[in-house]
Structure formats: C-alpha cells, structure tokens
Design a protein around this ligand. Sequence first.
Ligand code: GTP
Length: 236
Amino acid sequence: MQYKRILLKLSGEALMGDRQYGIDPKRLEEYAKEIKEVVEKGIQVAIVIGGGNIFRGVAGASNGMDRVQGDHMGMLATCINGLALQSALEDQDVHTRLQTALEIKEVAEPYIKRKAIRHLEKGRVVIFGAGTGNPYFTTDTAAVLRAIEINADAILKGTRVDGVYNADPEKDKNAVKFDSISFKDVITKGLKVMDMTAFTLSEENKLPIIIFDMNKVGNLMKLVSGEKIGTVVDVL
Ligand code: GTP
C-alpha cells in the first residue's frame, strides 16, 4: 500500500449527486463502500467534508449576509454532512468517530488530536466536522491542518475532475492533465488546486496533495494501492 494514513477531503457538493441541494443517500452509500474497502486494507482514514450542498458561506456573504455569520452556518453544515457520512459508514459496519472543531458535545466528540490518533490506530474512521472552527478558513484549509496534525501521509482531495490540468477541462477540450506537479509550478503557472491559505500550509509542511475523481468507483482504492490516479502535487 502506498499510504498508511490518509486524510480524505470530500466536497459537500459531491454529496448532492444529481440533486440541487442536500444529500443523495445513494451517493453517500457509494462513498461509504469505497471508504470501507480502503479501511479493510488496514489504511487509516480521516475525513474532512465540506458543507456546500447545504450552505455556501461565501455566497451568503455576497448576498449581504455577515461573513462570520455565514461561515458559522457553513461549519454547522459540515457537521450535518459528517453525521450523515458517519451513519452511512456505520451501515457498512465501519467504526467511526465524529469530532468537531466547535463544541456540540451532545452531538459529537470535541476535536482532540491525541484521541483522533488513537481512534485511527484502532482502525476507526475519524470524521472532522466544523472546519477549523474559525471563520475565514475553508474546509480545504481544515483538511490540510488536520492532515498535518495527525501526521497523514497525504491529503486526497476528491473532486469532479480527475486531476490538475493546464486549462479548465470543463471549458477547454485541449486541456492536458499533469500526473505530478510541484507546489512551485502550480503557483507559477497560475493553476488552482486549493485556496492559497490551504495550499501554502500544505507546501510549508511538505504534505502531498492528490487531486482525483472520487465519483469514479474504485478510484480511491486504486490510489491508495499506488496506481497513478489523478495529479500529485508535491515538493518534487
Ligand atoms: P477508546 O477509549 O480509545 O476505545 O475510545 P472510545 O471512543 O470508544 O471511548 P469513549 O468512551 O471516549 O467513547 C465512547 C463513545 O462515546 C463513542 O461513540 C464516542 O464517539 C462517544 N463520545 C465520546 N466523547 C463524546 C462527546 O464528548 N460527545 C459525544 N456526543 N459523544 C462522545
């Protein structure tokens, strides 16, 4: 296996499936099955999930809502997704713990790094909810932060596209995908992998980012097994 401990970043929007908002139970079940397979291979899996399927913080701000208020709503949205994912994983008999950056003790454990690591060592999937617990930070930043804290080997960012391209593949059919690229080249070429806060945090801590298509069944397993899937962003 290529990795021992991974931080999987899932987008909230991906949970919508074909819906306009909310959670598609079929998509959730598919994700849970993919994650179960990887856990059964002995890989330690931590997850950060976005909340965009329920609430978009930045969009809220642009509609005149206070940014901090909007970001708090977004954080709670990630907790809703975390609870849903936890249920879906438990339906697949995967042991899980949900830890949140904002204390909502009746609902989930508070985030405690050492406990998170113990859970992972025991083979439990740990889902981190409520982002970093701070406004003005994205769930990508939360994913990088948690990945560094728990010493993950890499951050696996599941997206709709299957990697990083030299142009937007949804607009330009001549766009070419990179199999690997350095942090520096991402910046000099003006490519977008994550927001800059998340990206530089990853670079400074030499945490590789792998961008891949999580909606293609089997991709997650292939990736952790060492197959060349998606794009690896690394120090190189
Ligand atoms: P180990 O002692 O390492 O085996 O971990 P554990 O998670 O099994 O022990 P613990 O007694 O901490 O947790 C038992 C159950 O209670 C688990 O399902 C936890 O997720 C849950 N739990 C623990 N702390 C909290 C909390 O603060 N809030 C909520 N809602 N649940 C919690």
